[in-house]
Each structure stands twice: as C-alpha cells, then as structure tokens.
Design a binder for this molecule. Structure first.
Ligand SMILES: [Zn+2]
Length: 180
C-alpha cells in the first residue's frame, strides 16, 4: 500500500523555506511591537520620574529658605542639613526620595559651601547650587562630585539658592556654581 501523500490533491509539500517564512513573519511582528511598547514604557517611566523629582527639590529649596528665615538668615550646617529641615520644614519624608533612586533615604545632596552662610549675601547669586540629584544618602553634602545626573538623557535636577530649578548634565559645570 502506498504511503499517504502530503495532501489529498497529491501536490508536493511546501518547501521548508516557505514554511519558515510564514512562521517567522508573525514572530518578528510580535517582537517588534513588544520592543516598541517596552521603549514607550521606559520613556514614560523616565519622564514621570523627572516630573516627580521637580517638586521634591522645590520643597527642599523652600524648606531650606524657611530654615534660614528662622536662624538669623544662615544656611544649615552641611553635616546635618536633612535633620535641620526635617520634620520642622519638610513634613513628608517622601520629599527626600528621588523617584529614580527610590530606596535611598535621600536622593539629594546639599552644597556644603553654603554651610552657615548669610542667605542675604548669596541668595540672589545666579546658578549657585543649593541642592541637586546626588549620591550619599541622608545628610549627603559636598560639591560637584556628588551631582548624579540619573534622569532622562543623563540629566540631573538642581535647585539654586534663588529657588530656580532645572535639569543639568554633568558636562555643564559652567552653568552650576558651587562656590559662594
Ligand atoms: Zn531625581
């Protein structure tokens, strides 16, 4: 008895390459869509992190100015600046958490050069950094070495002593003044 043919019409089986093409088409299509969705999701997440970081630095900048107002116009000491403004001037500890570094007690660093300075003398200095996206955790303070541009397009957020906030890259040192 003859072996059954590929189909009833007696035609020959489709070539292997055509079969692979039919299989690979949908697989590649699904992979492409999944890749695009992942890219969109990552982008949206980065944008959201940056959006939520801005008000945090705004709250820290405002709290520091309030501290100055209650302490003869002097900026907090560098070694305990977080303790100086929390809980009296920052009511919510989440203000210290950068969304891109959610597990650190504080994702921000304070410009140690401001320690004890008279706010009235430096408060209007353009681009003088007060605090920024930084490394080191709670009470972290120092200079440009602590600046951590961890957000979208390798940018980090900065709040200046005049209250302005903006995104900066690491290679923007001329735009960020650390020495009062
Ligand atoms: Zn941040």
């Amino acid at each position: 008895m003859d072996q059954p043919s590929w189909d009833d019409s007696g035609g020959s089986p489709p070539p292997k390459s055509a079969f692979l093409r039919h299989l690979l088409g949908p697989v590649l299509g699904v992979g492409l869509v999944a890749g695009l969705l992942l890219a969109v999701w990552l982008y949206a997440r980065q944008v959201a992190q940056q959006v939520y970081c801005y008000p945090n630095l705004g709250a820290i900048g405002l709290a520091t100015r309030m501290y100055c107002a209650d302490h003869n116009g002097r900026f907090p000491l560098a070694r305990n600046w977080c303790d100086a403004v929390e809980p009296e001037y920052v009511k919510n500890l989440d203000c210290f958490r950068c969304p891109a570094l959610p597990h650190a007690p504080s994702g921000y660093a304070y410009n140690a050069g401001l320690e004890g300075l008279d706010e009235g003398r430096v408060g209007a200095r353009p681009n003088l950094v007060m605090a920024c996206d930084g490394l080191g955790g709670w009470n972290a303070s120092g200079g440009p070495e602590l600046f951590d541009p961890r957000h979208r397009w390798r940018m980090g957020l900065v709040v200046y002593v005049d209250g302005r906030r903006e995104s900066r890259r690491r290679d923007d040192p001329a735009q960020m003044t650390w020495k009062p």
